[in-house]
Design a protein around this ligand. Structure first.
Ligand SMILES: C[S@@+](CC[C@H](N)C(=O)[O-])C[C@H]1O[C@@H](n2cnc3c(N)ncnc32)[C@H](O)[C@@H]1O
Length: 497
């Protein structure tokens, strides 16, 4: 396989679900003793411009990161990023996955990532990606592979096939995208919204319009494929791996499924079959799956000890007054669209405190203490005294469950972050660099945060050397705009000081 022609490059971004700490936490919740993110080795296959590993490496200086990609242009971008940021613990090289060996990447790994790669390569390379997992994963290692899944991807394939057919004679990638989207709009308008087909095409169009050219090009105008989850799981099993869990937040709680589906799933003892039936029911189109060695014991009852020893921060919006200690419920809304209600006054109070401090993480012990301290000041203190004694255990279980659905972030280490900008604010170094030529920043949770032109102008300058007056002078923005940017970037987990 030769290097791809340098058309549109894929956006050089980090992906939350690929973070080694997130993978490690998910594995430990299921009883697999994955390495600590603070001291581990990570391999990123098809790493493109390296932002994914560089962002992790900056927060985890004692861990080692290796990335390979077929494209010399992408790797050159990565080398420039490493050089600018002075990163010492990342090694990127040009390589085809087909040629990866233990010697070529310098040994075994605690975590191996293949994001946006499996569905982009042919069957031989897909088999090789899984073989690399089987051969190069440490005994308690965790591998991540994302891929387009059937049956949901069939819908996307219809839009894609039209766009490919309509633009077959166009070489220029910008024109291809423009004409491809125009043809999809033509189709959606022609079919109308009275049929599910028309609604699907309109939804696909809206989704693509909300993304960027690099994404659309690599999603729809290069060769890609899709597979059923059970097919990928079987291929992984053939090289000595087993399905662990999905890395992305769960969007389909079992309770949300109708009784006939729950009844069927309850009769199954194979997690792969359970997941596959859920994919049929939810028409799933994408997965980010974690695998581990088949000889590891996976405990499907989540280990609450991971909450006890970890760091927790709120990722959800809270609708209602969480701090009032009344019996009225509040609703938690996750970034993935999940919703959960909490009525227990002390659990509400704890989540309210966590949300007030977000994105800063707290330990469970500190959160329990802060909640009890606040309760002590309330007229309801004696009425809730019993509940206060049960708080530690109840909160741990609530966090355990809510973390799987993306309402709270559960981490194995405490990354540096602050919601409150100092007198001379400091942004994450990777964000300062990203702000120079992109409208996104990678935040403390390895998520992508959008930036306005003013945000970008400000974030680039946040190296701790400038106060507000200097920021006003150098950006020509108003004081109020500077404050708004700092507040927004602080809440979004982009600031460290
Ligand atoms: C869709 S991009 C995803 C990049 C990155 N992992 C991400 O998710 O942001 C796919 C990347 O895989 C690389 N690639 C494709 N085939 C490859 C191969 N056989 N060996 C190594 N890299 C490959 C491409 O050059 C490209 O950078």
């Amino acid at each position: 396989m030769s290097e791809a022609p340098p058309l549109l490059t894929y956006p050089n971004r980090a992906h939350e679900a690929t973070h080694c700490d997130r993978m490690g936490v998910r594995a430990r919740l299921l009883g697999v003793a994955a390495a600590s993110a603070g001291k581990c080795r990570v391999l990123d296959l098809g790493c493109a411009g390296g932002a994914n590993v560089v962002a992790m490496a900056l927060d985890l200086p004692e861990s080692e990161f290796v990335g390979v990609d077929l494209s010399s242009k992408e790797i050159a971008t990565g080398h420039a990023l490493i050089e600018t940021l002075g990163v010492k613990n990342v090694k990127l090289s040009v390589a085809n996955v087909m040629d990866v060996t233990r010697a070529s990447v310098g040994g075994d790994f605690d975590f191996i990532v293949a994001h946006g790669l499996y569905s982009w390569v042919d069957k031989a390379a897909q088999a090789k990606i899984l073989a690399i997992f089987g051969e190069l994963l440490a005994p308690n290692g965790v591998a991540y592979v994302s891929y387009n899944t059937l049956p949901g991807w069939y819908t996307r394939a219809k839009a894609r096939d039209l766009m490919l057919y309509h633009t077959a004679s166009i070489a220029d990638p910008h024109k291809k995208i423009e004409q491809g989207l125009a043809s999809l709009k033509w189709l959606a308008d022609a079919v109308g919204d009275t049929t599910s087909y028309g609604r699907d095409m309109a939804a696909e169009l809206a989704l693509l319009r909300a993304t960027n050219e690099g994404y659309i090009f690599h999603e729809h105008f290069v060769d890609t494929s899709a597979a059923y989850f059970h097919e990928v799981a079987a291929a992984a099993r053939a090289v000595g791996l087993q399905f662990l869990v999905e890395s992305e937040a769960t969007t389909t709680p079992l309770e949300s499924l109708v009784p006939s589906v729950r009844d069927l799933l309850a009769k199954l003892d194979d997690p792969v079959k359970v997941e596959q039936y859920i994919d049929f029911v939810t028409d799933r189109r994408f997965r980010a799956t974690l695998f581990c060695h088949a000889d590891r014991k996976v405990n499907r009852v989540l280990d609450v000890g991971v909450v006890e020893s970890g760091w927790i921060s709120a990722a959800c919006a809270i609708e209602g007054d969480a701090l009032d200690l009344s019996d009225a419920h509040v609703t938690l809304a996750s970034p993935q669209g999940a919703r959960a209600q909490i009525a227990q006054p002390l659990l509400k109070l704890a989540f309210g405190i966590l949300a007030t401090r977000a994105p800063e993480p707290m330990t469970l012990a500190a959160l329990v203490e802060a909640t009890r301290a606040r309760l002590a000041l309330s007229p309801r203190a004696s009425a809730l005294a019993d509940a206060a004694t049960r708080l530690h255990a109840e909160l741990a279980n609530a966090i355990l469950r809510l973390s799987m659905f993306g309402f709270v972030k559960l981490r194995g280490f405490a990354p540096k972050v602050t919601a409150l900008p100092s007198e001379r604010p400091i942004a994450r170094p990777i964000a300062r660099e990203q702000a120079k030529d992109d409208a996104i920043a990678t935040n403390v949770w390895h998520e992508t945060v959008g930036m306005t032109p003013i945000d970008r102008a400000v974030v680039q300058l946040l190296d701790g050397s400038r106060d507000r007056d200097a920021l006003v002078r150098e950006t020509k923005a108003s004081r109020a705009e500077i404050e708004a940017t700092l507040a927004r970037m602080g809440r979004a987990g982009v600031l460290v000081g």
